[in-house]
Design a protein around this ligand. Sequence first.
Ligand SMILES: NC(=O)c1ccc[n+]([C@@H]2O[C@H](COP(=O)([O-])OP(=O)(O)OC[C@H]3O[C@@H](n4cnc5c(N)ncnc54)[C@H](OP(=O)(O)O)[C@@H]3O)[C@@H](O)[C@H]2O)c1
Length: 289
Amino acid sequence: MSDIAVIGLGAMGTALAEALLDKGHAVTVWNRSAAKSEVVVAKGAIVARNVEEAVRSSPLVVVCPLVYDTVHEVLGPAGNALSGRTMVNLTNGTPEQARAMSTWAARCGADYIDGGIMAVPPMIGGQHALILYSGSRQAFDAHAGRLDALGTSKYLGEDAGLAPLYDISLLAGMYGLFAGVLQALALTGKAGIPAGEFMPLLTSWLKAMQGALPIWAQQVDSGDHTSNVVSNLGMQADAYVNLVDASRAADVSIELVLPMQNLMRRGVAAGMANADLSSLVGLLSKQDT
Ligand SMILES: NC(=O)c1ccc[n+]([C@@H]2O[C@H](COP(=O)([O-])OP(=O)(O)OC[C@H]3O[C@@H](n4cnc5c(N)ncnc54)[C@H](OP(=O)(O)O)[C@@H]3O)[C@@H](O)[C@H]2O)c1
Protein backbone atom coordinates (compact mmCIF):
# COMPACT_ATOMS: atom_id res chain seq x y z
CA MET A 1 0.00 0.00 0.00
CA SER A 2 1.08 3.57 -0.76
CA ASP A 3 -0.03 6.79 0.93
CA ILE A 4 -1.10 8.43 -2.31
CA ALA A 5 -1.72 7.47 -5.91
CA VAL A 6 -0.99 10.05 -8.61
CA ILE A 7 -2.70 9.45 -11.94
CA GLY A 8 -1.47 11.53 -14.89
CA LEU A 9 2.21 12.39 -15.12
CA GLY A 10 2.34 15.38 -17.40
CA ALA A 11 4.36 18.39 -16.32
CA MET A 12 2.00 19.04 -13.40
CA GLY A 13 1.35 15.44 -12.30
CA THR A 14 5.09 14.78 -12.25
CA ALA A 15 5.66 17.87 -10.08
CA LEU A 16 2.89 16.73 -7.71
CA ALA A 17 4.35 13.24 -7.39
CA GLU A 18 7.86 14.63 -6.88
CA ALA A 19 6.68 16.99 -4.12
CA LEU A 20 4.92 14.13 -2.31
CA LEU A 21 7.99 11.91 -2.60
CA ASP A 22 10.24 14.75 -1.41
CA LYS A 23 8.12 15.00 1.75
CA GLY A 24 8.59 11.28 2.41
CA HIS A 25 5.21 9.94 1.26
CA ALA A 26 4.89 6.55 -0.42
CA VAL A 27 3.54 7.22 -3.92
CA THR A 28 2.14 4.94 -6.61
CA VAL A 29 1.81 6.43 -10.09
CA TRP A 30 0.16 5.67 -13.41
CA ASN A 31 0.39 7.48 -16.73
CA ARG A 32 -0.85 6.57 -20.20
CA SER A 33 2.66 6.93 -21.61
CA ALA A 34 4.69 4.73 -19.29
CA ALA A 35 8.01 6.39 -20.14
CA LYS A 36 7.00 9.54 -18.25
CA SER A 37 7.09 7.68 -14.95
CA GLU A 38 10.88 7.25 -15.08
CA VAL A 39 11.55 10.61 -13.40
CA VAL A 40 9.45 9.81 -10.34
CA VAL A 41 10.49 6.15 -10.20
CA ALA A 42 14.06 7.40 -9.81
CA LYS A 43 12.82 9.22 -6.70
CA GLY A 44 11.11 6.16 -5.24
CA ALA A 45 7.62 6.03 -6.82
CA ILE A 46 6.00 2.68 -7.56
CA VAL A 47 4.47 2.24 -11.01
CA ALA A 48 1.06 0.58 -11.18
CA ARG A 49 0.39 -1.78 -14.07
CA ASN A 50 -2.98 -0.19 -14.75
CA VAL A 51 -5.29 2.52 -13.40
CA GLU A 52 -7.26 0.15 -11.18
CA GLU A 53 -4.08 -1.08 -9.51
CA ALA A 54 -3.06 2.56 -8.93
CA VAL A 55 -6.42 3.39 -7.36
CA ARG A 56 -6.38 0.31 -5.10
CA SER A 57 -2.84 1.15 -3.93
CA SER A 58 -3.81 4.14 -1.78
CA PRO A 59 -6.55 5.72 0.33
CA LEU A 60 -5.94 9.05 -1.45
CA VAL A 61 -6.09 9.21 -5.27
CA VAL A 62 -4.85 12.41 -6.92
CA VAL A 63 -5.71 12.80 -10.60
CA CYS A 64 -4.26 15.46 -12.87
CA PRO A 65 -4.51 14.74 -16.60
CA LEU A 66 -5.24 17.45 -19.17
CA VAL A 67 -9.05 17.82 -19.14
CA TYR A 68 -12.10 16.36 -17.37
CA ASP A 69 -12.99 14.16 -20.35
CA THR A 70 -9.66 12.43 -19.82
CA VAL A 71 -10.48 11.88 -16.14
CA HIS A 72 -13.70 10.11 -17.20
CA GLU A 73 -11.89 8.13 -19.87
CA VAL A 74 -9.08 7.03 -17.56
CA LEU A 75 -10.92 6.52 -14.25
CA GLY A 76 -14.29 5.40 -15.60
CA PRO A 77 -13.37 1.70 -15.94
CA ALA A 78 -11.81 1.77 -12.42
CA GLY A 79 -14.80 3.45 -10.74
CA ASN A 80 -15.57 0.49 -8.46
CA ALA A 81 -12.03 0.55 -7.10
CA LEU A 82 -12.60 4.10 -5.82
CA SER A 83 -15.11 2.90 -3.22
CA GLY A 84 -14.02 3.90 0.29
CA ARG A 85 -11.24 6.18 -0.99
CA THR A 86 -10.84 9.90 -1.47
CA MET A 87 -10.47 11.23 -5.02
CA VAL A 88 -8.73 14.60 -5.40
CA ASN A 89 -9.16 15.94 -8.91
CA LEU A 90 -6.68 18.72 -9.70
CA THR A 91 -7.54 18.88 -13.41
CA ASN A 92 -8.51 22.33 -14.65
CA GLY A 93 -12.23 22.55 -15.39
CA THR A 94 -15.51 24.36 -14.82
CA PRO A 95 -17.68 24.39 -11.66
CA GLU A 96 -20.31 22.35 -13.53
CA GLN A 97 -17.74 19.70 -14.49
CA ALA A 98 -16.55 19.52 -10.87
CA ARG A 99 -20.08 19.06 -9.50
CA ALA A 100 -20.82 16.32 -12.07
CA MET A 101 -17.54 14.59 -11.18
CA SER A 102 -18.45 14.82 -7.48
CA THR A 103 -21.78 13.11 -8.19
CA TRP A 104 -20.01 10.38 -10.17
CA ALA A 105 -17.47 9.83 -7.39
CA ALA A 106 -20.28 9.58 -4.82
CA ARG A 107 -21.95 6.90 -6.98
CA CYS A 108 -18.63 5.02 -6.87
CA GLY A 109 -18.64 5.27 -3.07
CA ALA A 110 -15.73 7.75 -2.95
CA ASP A 111 -15.30 11.05 -1.15
CA TYR A 112 -14.56 13.82 -3.63
CA ILE A 113 -12.39 16.92 -3.46
CA ASP A 114 -11.91 19.19 -6.44
CA GLY A 115 -8.84 21.37 -6.69
CA GLY A 116 -7.43 24.33 -8.55
CA ILE A 117 -3.68 24.71 -8.86
CA MET A 118 -2.58 28.33 -8.79
CA ALA A 119 1.04 27.60 -9.64
CA VAL A 120 3.28 26.33 -12.41
CA PRO A 121 5.09 22.99 -11.97
CA PRO A 122 8.42 24.36 -10.63
CA MET A 123 6.51 26.07 -7.79
CA ILE A 124 4.82 22.86 -6.58
CA GLY A 125 5.95 21.86 -3.09
CA GLY A 126 6.81 25.45 -2.16
CA GLN A 127 4.73 27.81 -0.04
CA HIS A 128 3.97 30.07 -3.04
CA ALA A 129 2.08 27.26 -4.78
CA LEU A 130 -1.53 27.99 -3.78
CA ILE A 131 -3.80 24.97 -4.16
CA LEU A 132 -7.55 25.63 -3.84
CA TYR A 133 -9.79 22.80 -2.62
CA SER A 134 -13.54 22.29 -2.34
CA GLY A 135 -15.80 19.32 -1.72
CA SER A 136 -15.95 16.94 1.23
CA ARG A 137 -14.76 18.81 4.36
CA GLN A 138 -14.34 15.56 6.24
CA ALA A 139 -12.10 14.10 3.52
CA PHE A 140 -10.12 17.34 3.22
CA ASP A 141 -9.48 17.43 6.99
CA ALA A 142 -8.46 13.77 6.96
CA HIS A 143 -5.90 14.28 4.16
CA ALA A 144 -4.83 17.91 4.67
CA GLY A 145 -1.48 16.82 6.10
CA ARG A 146 -0.60 15.00 2.88
CA LEU A 147 -2.07 17.63 0.55
CA ASP A 148 -0.02 20.31 2.31
CA ALA A 149 3.06 18.71 0.73
CA LEU A 150 1.95 20.21 -2.60
CA GLY A 151 1.94 23.85 -1.49
CA THR A 152 -0.27 26.16 0.54
CA SER A 153 -3.72 24.57 0.78
CA LYS A 154 -6.89 26.68 0.89
CA TYR A 155 -10.21 24.94 1.53
CA LEU A 156 -13.19 26.89 0.15
CA GLY A 157 -16.30 24.92 1.07
CA GLU A 158 -18.40 21.78 0.52
CA ASP A 159 -19.57 22.76 -3.00
CA ALA A 160 -17.12 20.98 -5.31
CA GLY A 161 -17.61 23.77 -7.87
CA LEU A 162 -15.99 26.41 -5.65
CA ALA A 163 -12.35 25.54 -6.36
CA PRO A 164 -12.76 25.76 -10.15
CA LEU A 165 -14.86 28.93 -9.78
CA TYR A 166 -12.06 30.63 -7.82
CA ASP A 167 -9.48 29.11 -10.17
CA ILE A 168 -11.02 30.44 -13.40
CA SER A 169 -11.79 33.80 -11.77
CA LEU A 170 -8.15 34.16 -10.76
CA LEU A 171 -7.16 33.14 -14.29
CA ALA A 172 -9.58 35.75 -15.68
CA GLY A 173 -7.65 38.41 -13.77
CA MET A 174 -4.36 37.00 -15.01
CA TYR A 175 -5.39 36.84 -18.66
CA GLY A 176 -6.84 40.36 -18.51
CA LEU A 177 -3.44 41.54 -17.28
CA PHE A 178 -1.58 39.51 -19.91
CA ALA A 179 -3.87 40.86 -22.67
CA GLY A 180 -2.99 44.44 -21.72
CA VAL A 181 0.72 43.60 -21.60
CA LEU A 182 0.54 42.04 -25.09
CA GLN A 183 -1.12 45.21 -26.44
CA ALA A 184 1.50 47.42 -24.77
CA LEU A 185 4.35 45.36 -26.22
CA ALA A 186 2.77 45.39 -29.71
CA LEU A 187 2.40 49.18 -29.60
CA THR A 188 5.89 49.91 -28.28
CA GLY A 189 7.39 47.22 -30.51
CA LYS A 190 5.91 48.87 -33.59
CA ALA A 191 7.74 52.05 -32.54
CA GLY A 192 11.02 50.14 -32.24
CA ILE A 193 11.18 50.38 -28.44
CA PRO A 194 12.87 47.27 -27.00
CA ALA A 195 10.61 45.28 -24.68
CA GLY A 196 13.44 45.09 -22.14
CA GLU A 197 13.55 48.88 -21.97
CA PHE A 198 9.77 49.30 -21.63
CA MET A 199 9.00 46.42 -19.27
CA PRO A 200 10.34 47.96 -16.02
CA LEU A 201 8.02 50.95 -16.53
CA LEU A 202 5.08 48.66 -17.24
CA THR A 203 5.63 46.44 -14.21
CA SER A 204 5.94 49.38 -11.80
CA TRP A 205 2.81 50.99 -13.33
CA LEU A 206 0.82 47.80 -12.91
CA LYS A 207 1.98 47.48 -9.30
CA ALA A 208 0.90 51.08 -8.62
CA MET A 209 -2.54 50.44 -10.15
CA GLN A 210 -3.12 47.42 -7.91
CA GLY A 211 -3.85 49.97 -5.18
CA ALA A 212 -7.28 50.56 -6.71
CA LEU A 213 -8.40 46.96 -6.29
CA PRO A 214 -9.25 46.93 -2.55
CA ILE A 215 -11.37 50.05 -3.15
CA TRP A 216 -13.15 48.26 -6.01
CA ALA A 217 -13.87 45.35 -3.66
CA GLN A 218 -15.55 47.73 -1.20
CA GLN A 219 -17.53 49.36 -4.02
CA VAL A 220 -18.69 46.03 -5.45
CA ASP A 221 -19.70 44.68 -2.02
CA SER A 222 -21.53 47.87 -1.01
CA GLY A 223 -23.08 48.50 -4.43
CA ASP A 224 -21.97 52.13 -4.14
CA HIS A 225 -19.60 52.92 -7.02
CA THR A 226 -19.69 56.68 -6.54
CA SER A 227 -17.65 56.95 -3.31
CA ASN A 228 -13.85 57.40 -3.39
CA VAL A 229 -13.87 57.96 -7.16
CA VAL A 230 -10.65 59.53 -8.40
CA SER A 231 -10.90 58.49 -12.08
CA ASN A 232 -14.50 58.38 -13.22
CA LEU A 233 -15.78 56.14 -15.99
CA GLY A 234 -16.68 59.05 -18.31
CA MET A 235 -13.12 60.40 -18.25
CA GLN A 236 -11.65 56.92 -18.71
CA ALA A 237 -13.99 56.11 -21.62
CA ASP A 238 -12.84 59.26 -23.46
CA ALA A 239 -9.16 58.49 -22.83
CA TYR A 240 -9.60 54.85 -23.84
CA VAL A 241 -10.62 55.93 -27.36
CA ASN A 242 -7.04 57.16 -27.80
CA LEU A 243 -5.69 53.71 -26.97
CA VAL A 244 -7.85 52.20 -29.71
CA ASP A 245 -7.15 54.98 -32.24
CA ALA A 246 -3.37 54.88 -31.61
CA SER A 247 -3.39 51.11 -32.12
CA ARG A 248 -5.28 51.49 -35.41
CA ALA A 249 -2.90 54.25 -36.56
CA ALA A 250 0.11 52.04 -35.79
CA ASP A 251 -1.50 49.10 -37.62
CA VAL A 252 -1.69 47.18 -34.33
CA SER A 253 -4.68 44.86 -33.91
CA ILE A 254 -7.49 46.14 -31.71
CA GLU A 255 -9.03 42.70 -31.11
CA LEU A 256 -7.96 42.64 -27.47
CA VAL A 257 -8.86 46.24 -26.58
CA LEU A 258 -12.13 46.84 -28.45
CA PRO A 259 -14.38 44.82 -26.09
CA MET A 260 -13.34 47.04 -23.15
CA GLN A 261 -14.18 50.16 -25.16
CA ASN A 262 -17.61 48.75 -25.95
CA LEU A 263 -18.25 47.99 -22.28
CA MET A 264 -17.14 51.45 -21.16
CA ARG A 265 -19.45 53.04 -23.71
CA ARG A 266 -22.30 50.88 -22.48
CA GLY A 267 -21.60 52.06 -18.93
CA VAL A 268 -21.60 55.71 -19.92
CA ALA A 269 -24.83 55.21 -21.91
CA ALA A 270 -26.36 53.60 -18.80
CA GLY A 271 -25.69 56.81 -16.81
CA MET A 272 -22.59 55.63 -14.95
CA ALA A 273 -20.17 58.31 -16.22
CA ASN A 274 -19.52 59.65 -12.71
CA ALA A 275 -19.08 56.25 -11.14
CA ASP A 276 -15.87 54.25 -10.81
CA LEU A 277 -14.78 51.66 -13.38
CA SER A 278 -15.84 48.98 -10.87
CA SER A 279 -19.47 49.77 -11.79
CA LEU A 280 -18.93 47.84 -15.05
CA VAL A 281 -19.07 44.58 -13.06
CA GLY A 282 -22.84 45.06 -12.97
CA LEU A 283 -23.02 45.17 -16.77
CA LEU A 284 -21.07 41.92 -17.00
CA SER A 285 -23.44 40.16 -14.64
CA LYS A 286 -25.71 39.00 -17.42
CA GLN A 287 -25.11 37.84 -20.95
CA ASP A 288 -27.10 40.43 -22.84
CA THR A 289 -24.63 41.49 -25.56
N1 LIG B 1 1.42 23.07 -16.35
C1 LIG B 1 0.89 24.15 -15.70
O1 LIG B 1 1.50 25.23 -15.65
C2 LIG B 1 -0.43 24.02 -14.99
C3 LIG B 1 -0.78 24.98 -14.01
C4 LIG B 1 -1.99 24.84 -13.33
C5 LIG B 1 -2.85 23.82 -13.65
N2 LIG B 1 -2.50 22.92 -14.65
C6 LIG B 1 -3.48 21.88 -14.98
O2 LIG B 1 -2.92 20.59 -14.70
C7 LIG B 1 -3.48 19.63 -15.61
C8 LIG B 1 -2.33 18.85 -16.26
O3 LIG B 1 -1.52 19.79 -16.95
P1 LIG B 1 -0.04 19.41 -17.43
O4 LIG B 1 0.73 20.69 -17.49
O5 LIG B 1 0.49 18.27 -16.65
O6 LIG B 1 -0.35 18.92 -18.93
P2 LIG B 1 0.57 18.01 -19.87
O7 LIG B 1 2.02 18.16 -19.49
O8 LIG B 1 0.18 18.33 -21.27
O9 LIG B 1 0.15 16.52 -19.51
C9 LIG B 1 -1.11 16.05 -19.88
C10 LIG B 1 -1.38 14.76 -19.15
O10 LIG B 1 -2.67 14.28 -19.53
C11 LIG B 1 -2.55 12.96 -20.03
N3 LIG B 1 -3.54 12.69 -21.06
C12 LIG B 1 -3.97 13.53 -22.03
N4 LIG B 1 -4.91 12.92 -22.79
C13 LIG B 1 -5.07 11.68 -22.27
C14 LIG B 1 -5.89 10.59 -22.59
N5 LIG B 1 -6.77 10.64 -23.61
N6 LIG B 1 -5.80 9.47 -21.86
C15 LIG B 1 -4.92 9.39 -20.82
N7 LIG B 1 -4.10 10.40 -20.45
C16 LIG B 1 -4.18 11.53 -21.17
C17 LIG B 1 -1.15 12.90 -20.57
O11 LIG B 1 -0.75 11.56 -20.73
P3 LIG B 1 0.45 11.18 -21.75
O12 LIG B 1 1.71 11.51 -21.01
O13 LIG B 1 0.25 9.76 -22.02
O14 LIG B 1 0.27 12.05 -22.98
C18 LIG B 1 -0.39 13.64 -19.47
O15 LIG B 1 -0.21 12.83 -18.34
C19 LIG B 1 -4.33 20.43 -16.63
O16 LIG B 1 -5.68 20.36 -16.28
C20 LIG B 1 -3.79 21.85 -16.48
O17 LIG B 1 -4.74 22.84 -16.83
C21 LIG B 1 -1.31 22.99 -15.30
